[in-house]
Design a protein around this ligand. Structure first.
Ligand code: NAD
Length: 327
């Protein structure tokens, strides 16, 4: 039986990955600072632990796992990453996790390690035109990410690739572009645009109003979680190290994303544009290298992914209405 370790298993992508690996017949150990918020995971073992601590990392990476998935990171949506208020934590916490993990994976003889980088590492200067953002893999340099989160991702992808060059450690690196779906953070400040949009629309009365940060003309693409995992699994099974984009090429404006959520909900709402943290003006995945190296690309339309996500979040919103409000 193949063995896998999922770091960040208590999070959105990690939780889904644990389920997928169990479905594929793996023995799975998960590790996270916290248990999964929304579901009881089928992991064979789940360790609650802080990967910034070397003693914990030694305990967690105590054998030559066939596959390690390093997803643990101090992260959140624009409200967390782009305000600047968490920069030191984001850099220190995530870099410490990655430094610890790379070294211990080498010492334990881990056979293959996956690292989740982010599209946030691409240079801001290529993402100023919302209609023509450039995010091909080779456009990463000269580096100029617009957030410290992006800089840390760039550092850590280089770290794992250096372990590959110097120690022959098998690594795979993907740059995720806005992954979304059910069982992700949907409130509290760390949620990302699709979840925030679904929540706002679900909470609004028909004919009411929702707030959107900025003018809503900034562009992004969003990839449904199942497609993300398919890409990750294919990358792990193939010979290409990466970095490679795992994202969707279906670019929309944030206003269009809001319109889609309203259509799915069957509500007509007006949009109030307010000041807020935004990130780059335009971003879209470029899947040329993905198609070339993995002979695959995601196919699910944004509407389908949003329909599934709205269905899950609207139930959460309903349930929250009857939650006990602390005095
Ligand atoms: P998430 O925040 O839901 O999951 C990350 C998990 O890491 C959390 O459960 C958190 O508790 C855990 N963690 C943080 N610090 C830790 C520590 N010191 N020790 C142990 N666990 C710790 O985020 P996600 O959306 O599931 O993202 C997973 C990975 O993919 C992250 O590395 C993220 O940067 C990357 N990524 C995600 C997206 C996206 O759109 N979701 C896009 C690009 C990259």
């Amino acid at each position: 039986m193949k063995t896998a370790l999922v770091c960040g298993a208590g999070g959105f992508i990690g939780g889904h990955l644990v389920k997928r690996l169990k479905d594929e017949g793996y023995w799975v150990r998960g590790v996270d600072l916290k248990a999964h918020e929304f579901s009881k995971l089928p992991a064979d073992e789940f360790i609650i632990g802080d990967l910034r601590e070397q003693t914990i990392v030694r305990r967690v990476v105590d054998r030559p796992f066939d596959e390690v998935y390093q997803l643990a990171a101090d992260m959140g949506g624009a409200g967390y990453i782009f305000t600047g208020n968490h920069d030191a934590d984001v850099m220190h916490n995530s870099a410490t996790i990655n430094l610890n993990m790379a070294e211990q994976a080498r010492l334990a003889g881990v056979k293959k390690l996956f690292y989740s980088s982010s599209a946030c590492m691409y240079p801001a200067y290529n993402q100023e035109d919302p209609d023509n953002p450039k995010c091909s893999e080779e456009s990463a340099y000269p580096a100029a990410p617009d957030s410290e989160y992006g800089w840390e991702k760039l550092f850590s992808e280089r770290l794992y690739l250096a372990y590959n060059r110097n120690y022959g450690m098998e690594v795979r690196v993907a740059r995720f572009h806005n992954i979304f779906g059910p069982q992700g953070t949907w409130r509290g400040g760390k949620e990302k645009a699709p979840a925030a949009m679904c929540r706002k629309v679900a909470e609004a009365e028909n004919g009411g109003e929702i707030e959107i940060w900025g003018d809503g003309k900034q562009t992004r693409s969003f990839l449904y979680i199942d497609e993300c995992l398919e890409g990750v699994r294919r990358l792990m099974q193939g010979n290409f190290l990466g970095p490679v984009n795992i994202g969707s090429e279906e670019m929309v404006t944030i206003n269009q994303l809001a319109g889609l959520a309203m259509e799915i909900a069957g509500k007509k709402l007006s949009i109030k544009h307010i000041d807020g943290p935004l990130g780059v003006r335009g971003r879209n995945s470029d899947n040329k290298l993905l198609r070339e190296k993995l002979a695959w690309e995601p196919a699910m339309r944004l509407r389908e992914g949003m329909t599934r996500t709205y269905s899950w979040i609207s139930k959460k919103v309903e349930a929250a209405k009857t939650e006990e409000v602390p005095a």
